[in-house]
Design a binder for this molecule. Structure first.
Ligand code: C5P
Length: 209
């Protein structure tokens, strides 16, 4: 299948991003990390010192998001992630970003998209849907190792608290809450290596092709 669409959803630090990149690489598909689009809105708000409660500014920022100019490095900051989950509750912001994400998925070479609402809202027609989870403790530990691996310092319980807060915001919002699509394959990576998670996802995709 040449225009294969793979939808990957899951909470923060579940490993969905790594999995999405590995699958995109393996199947030679373009990849969009949709979290970056919400982060780009947040980053613009923060850099212009716009209040995160100013919906009309957030909507303006969403309109300016350019998928070709998303920079992972710039958008990786922890404050940006938290602010992203705040602007992500605004329905008009979501409508604008979802339209851009769908455009990416509509191109005819297929795509891997990862986020929170890909299987449920952005690409409900996806060929394969994966819902990637891991316990909050495992996710916090992975994030901690990640930060330490890059020479930084962080506090485990603080990271765990942040992850739980973001889970609550993402799962509890009215518009497009994080939840598995009915036809999603669940992948709990709590006790899986990246390699094992990749093999198991690859088997699911191969079965669907
Ligand atoms: O995936 P990432 O951690 O980069 O996403 C940042 C925030 O953007 C999430 O916590 C979530 O609130 C929001 N988001 C979303 N829908 C998506 C992707 C991200 O609401 N499809």
């Amino acid at each position: 299948k040449t225009n294969l669409i793979i939808a990957i959803d899951g909470p923060a630090a579940s490993g969905k991003g790594t999995l999405a990149r590995r699958l995109a690489d393996y199947y030679h598909l373009p990849h969009l990390d949709t979290g970056l689009t919400y982060r780009a809105v947040a980053q613009m708000m923060l850099s212009k010192a716009w209040s995160l409660d100013d919906d009309s500014r957030a909507i303006e920022a969403a309109g300016l998001v350019d998928l070709a100019a998303l920079d992972r490095e710039v958008l990786s900051a922890h404050e940006v992630a938290d602010a992203a989950s705040r602007v992500a509750v605004i329905p008009e912001v979501r409508r604008i970003l979802v339209e851009k994400q769908r455009e990416f998925a509509r191109r005819d070479q297929g795509a891997v998209l990862d986020g929170r609402d890909i299987g449920t809202v952005v690409c409900p027609q996806a060929d394969v849907k994966l819902y990637v989870t891991a316990s909050a403790e495992v996710r916090a530990l992975r994030r901690l190792r990640d930060i330490e691996g890059r020479g930084g310092h962080a506090d485990f319980s603080e990271i765990l608290g942040d992850i739980k807060k973001r889970d609550e915001r993402d799962m509890g919002r009215a518009d497009s809450p994080l939840k598995p699509a009915e036809d999603a394959h669940l992948l709990d990576t709590s006790e899986m290596s990246i390699e094992a998670a990749f093999r198991s996802a690859k088997n699911i995709v191969d079965d669907a092709m």
